[in-house]
Design a protein around this ligand. Sequence first.
Ligand code: HEC
Length: 125
Amino acid sequence: MKVVLMLLVLSSTAFADGKMLFSKNCKACHTIGGGDKIGPDLAGVNSRRKFAWIKKFVAYPDGMINGDEEEEGYEKPDAYAKKLFAAYKPTMMQEIEISDADLKSILKFIKDQKKSPKGKILKIK
Ligand code: HEC
């Protein structure tokens, strides 16, 4: 019984955190199922992109879009990131420093909304 209660508490705080973290760091530019804002609708992002890609992009969007010879892992531009920027320019997402755990709770919050994406993101492959 105790274990069940603890799990409930843990999962609800993870959910609240994801929502809070999304509002604080992402909501100014992204919707979840509401279509384009400054950046793409993030509904469905969990199935569009792998966690490793999302983590890398959030940490250094410019590096992914344009490449950075001096930064390990970002030497070459990422083809998908380039298409994203072409669709959403002139705004480029800024670098966001976030822990894996916090990014995961944001992604879980997005997934739990069970929304489908709208807007330009649907045309980017
Ligand atoms: C200042 C606006 C801004 C903020 C704040 C922002 N983004 Fe973005 N994001 C963008 C833009 C614009 C793009 C499209 C690529 C580009 O032009 O840089 C993008 C693209 C993305 C993508 C790629 C989406 C896809 O479907 O391929 C992900 C993932 C993403 N953002 C996650 C986040 C997360 C998570 C946060 C919060 C921690 C966040 N963004 C905060 C502007 C923003």
